[in-house]
Design a protein around this ligand. Sequence first.
Ligand code: PBG
Length: 332
Amino acid sequence: MISHDREVIEMAFPTHRGRRTRETESLRRMVREVSLSPDDLILPLFVVPGEGVKEEIAALPGVYHWSVDLVHDPVREAWSLGVPAVIVFGLPESKDPRGSEAYAPDGTVQRAVAAIKEACPEVVVITDVCLCQYTDHGHCGVVEGGRILNDPSLELLARTALSHVKAGADMVAPSDMMDGRVGAIRELLDEAGYAHVPIMSYAAKYASAFYGPFREAAHSAPQFGDRRSYQMDPANAREAMREIQLDVEEGADVVMVKPALPYLDIIRAARERFDLPLAAYNVSGEYAMIKAAAQRGWLDERAVALEALLSIKRAGADMIITYFALDAARWL
Ligand code: PBG
């Protein structure tokens, strides 16, 4: 190792000039450390009951609610632009305390997965596994006496994951933040003959206000309290490493940090510590901020979006879930 002092002396001006390798675009291409490609992107999809539905979501301009009969459209587009994967979120017909439509064999997500696999068999279909869109209280687990119960939620989450896989999902992504859910899902999938299906765990998921537009899109806002008893405190970085470690031990194949931009330090720390593929979720609020500023003419949408996505890559993410997936793939 060269000592720090020596490095400083060797790098001194005017012998060294950083600008030499920035002079032309060709030189810049040669020294560029990271790059963004459609391969890195995962497109989120919101699927709703009904037929013939394609409705723009107010807080997410350019993002739509799709009914099952039309959802092949954005999937084919994503695939043709080189985006290898989509992640499916569903809205149910009706909600109840135990979120039973989450694991109904003919639920919205289950039917959407089957339709997508039929229309575009090669695309990787990931499903978000959670209960909050399906429970009448809007929490990600079973509620009793105002508390969100951990262990009784695991069975329902595992059943949800299994129902997605039975419908054809290629990967399941639990986003509920109950302790032990990765292990519970792994066990049930293995028992049912799906040992080959990977789990992408929302391992370090923070209790973030940046999910605001998503909750409007997914009608999943908690009806009482908040999610701070299960999602992580934004102040904690070391705890994120423990959360990821636990999910790795329980059998996660891909681990995720969420949100992305306000948590680039967590992405970097996770990259340095774990060798598994790392995903980052560029969440709804991160998207909405750029969209809103661009609509007012305050920011150049394309340049800012690509810079934001590149920064997530540079921090260490291998894959990025982003509402910019289609646009970014077009721009790249
Ligand atoms: C479900 C879930 C949420 C998001 C992804 N899965 C909302 C939440 O936890 O409240 C947020 C995604 C986004 O904001 O884009 N638990």
